[in-house]
Design a protein around this ligand. Sequence first.
Ligand SMILES: Cc1cc2nc3c(=O)[nH]c(=O)nc-3n(C[C@H](O)[C@H](O)[C@H](O)COP(=O)(O)O)c2cc1C
Length: 161
Amino acid sequence: MDHRELRRCLGRFATGVAVVSWASEEGPRGITVNSFTSVSLQPPLVLVSIARSARAHDALRDQPFVVNVLSAEQVALAWQFAGRPQGVAVSWEQNAIGPTLPGALAVIGCRPWRSVEAGDHTLYLGEVVDFSYRVGDGLGFFSGEMVVVPRPGSAFQWACS
Ligand SMILES: Cc1cc2nc3c(=O)[nH]c(=O)nc-3n(C[C@H](O)[C@H](O)[C@H](O)COP(=O)(O)O)c2cc1C
């Protein structure tokens, strides 16, 4: 199978973009993900899929983490936490679970629930222990590109019924 073609095919599924952050001994750390998925309401569970090759992979084992759902204004942060430095000075805030990114559209604090090995990735399931959110334009990832996802009712929103 042609993995590059498969990746292009799977990229037709539009997603949001989030930074998963956690507290390490060296300070706050984060990784950009688009594998964030809501899983269950009772109990409240979410998951992220993390590559074995990523530094986050071992760090997230049994580790509380925060999912910061990025807004359209945070595209530089998305690239920075994907390993492409943008020269952005990150000003972390702290909640009960770990470091958070101010300006995120949603902040979801999780404690570790289960992890499932899946090929070259591990699925980290977290139990949501606190959350907050705000109105704003979303950041999306579609066909390998970052895109703006205008908020409902925005002048930039295409008619869609
Ligand atoms: C839009 C986008 C989504 C990504 N989603 C994931 C993901 O869900 N899981 C993952 O392991 N890596 C994902 N990555 C890649 C990681 O962000 C990237 O490999 C990261 O730099 C790894 O961190 P490290 O260099 O500290 O190991 C994504 C990258 C981008 C740009």
